[in-house]
Write a protein that binds this ligand. Structure first.
Ligand SMILES: NC(=O)c1ccc[n+]([C@@H]2O[C@H](COP(=O)([O-])OP(=O)(O)OC[C@H]3O[C@@H](n4cnc5c(N)ncnc54)[C@H](OP(=O)(O)O)[C@@H]3O)[C@@H](O)[C@H]2O)c1
Length: 307
């Protein structure tokens, strides 16, 4: 049974905060982050950390009792990566390589988080992209995430690289992720349009976090796809989220839109669905459909905005 510490680098983010919560149910969890993690994950020990400080990281990896590291920090918005490609390379490629090399030197388990958006330039096969399918990213985010994967697997032969899909679910009151951001946007009186022609295999962030902790505390290595079992458009996911939050289906929300109607500042793959059948077969952690997960953990109940 695992008893050593698990450190989350970037524990203040949408995913990182839930990874801290999941980790702390199994082992002592430590958060290294620029900002404080939100309430809900704040009970964990916190180390102030910025990715630009190499020394801090090396010191953290020397902690006695440290067993595993999960890297959740990164430059995660496509538009930010297009606008600041050097920062995207530093955070999505160079940082993972540094952490992987540091963990390999010390014999620490390491899980790095990658993305379904390493795919997107080729048509998705039925059942979604498998780990062995050749990545073809579109845009700086996907390119730097793919470069990060290769750098990690080169620096730490026993590392896990976990590709995640679009995440939804509980952002601990911060309006982050695919479902909470939709509700927050509607609460602000905005009229967000959701693509009916952009497809993903969305996963609840709570379930993603549990699967990542299971990988970190186990013996797995290499590339894993951790994703939901259902191919859904962003619009369909939005409908499920609002239904689970108690919205009247007749409210007219969410609004449907199409890729052709919406100019984006970053390239957006039409279909980046992942085949996560290996994870479903081998991991104990559930990877449920969005309908099941949203029923189990309904999002906050925002009121429909006035027309
Ligand atoms: N969310 C999704 O749908 C999704 C899907 C697929 C893959 N992923 C991957 O999952 C991981 C986490 O994503 P997320 O959605 O949780 O992103 P997020 O909410 O944007 O969190 C990013 C984290 O990175 C930290 N960070 C950014 N720049 C930093 C720096 N210079 N030094 C230290 N920390 C820094 C942030 O710290 P601050 O809080 O201090 O800014 C935050 O903790 C990323 O690798 C992302 O590519 C996410």
């Amino acid at each position: 049974m695992a008893t050593g510490e698990l450190m989350v680098l970037g524990g203040s983010g949408f995913l990182g905060a839930q990874v801290l919560c999941a980790a702390s149910q199994r082992v002592p969890a430590v958060c290294a982050s620029r900002k404080r993690p939100p309430a809900g994950a704040a009970h964990c020990e916190r180390l102030a950390w910025s990715a630009s400080q190499t020394r801090g990281l090396e010191e953290f990896l020397e902690r006695p009792g440290l067993q595993a590291v999960i890297l959740c920090a990164g430059l995660t918005r496509g538009a930010d990566c297009e606008a600041r490609p050097a920062e995207a390379r530093a955070l999505n490629q160079d940082l993972p390589e540094r952490v992987a090399a540091g963990c390999a030197r010390r014999g620490l388990r390491f899980v790095h988080i990658s993305s379904d958006l390493v795919f997107g330039n080729a048509v998705a096969p039925p059942g979604g992209f498998r780990p062995q399918d050749p990545p073809q990213p579109r845009g700086v985010y996907g390119e730097t995430k793919r470069a990060g994967e290769l750098a990690v697997l080169g620096a730490h032969p026993r590392a896990v690289v976990a590709r995640l899909p679009l995440l939804f679910g509980d952002s601990l009151g911060r309006g982050l992720g695919a479902s909470d951001s939709l509700l927050a946007s509607l609460e602000r009186g905005e009229s967000p349009g959701l693509f009916q022609d952009e497809f993903r295999t969305p996963l609840d962030v709570v379930e993603a976090a549990a699967a990542l902790v299971e990988l970190a505390l186990g013996e797995a290595r290499g590339l894993w796809h951790i994703a939901g079992p259902v191919r859904l458009s962003r619009f369909a996911l939005g409908e499920l989220a609002l239904e689970a939050a108690g919205w009247d289906p007749a409210s007219g929300w969410p609004k449907s839109t199409s890729r052709a109607q919406h100019a984006s500042s970053s390239p957006r793959p039409a279909d980046a669905c992942l085949d996560a059948s290996r994870a479903r077969a081998e991991l104990v952690s559930p990877l449920s459909s969005p309908r099941q997960a949203l029923r189990a953990r309904p999002p906050g109940t925002a009121k429909p905005p006035r027309a």
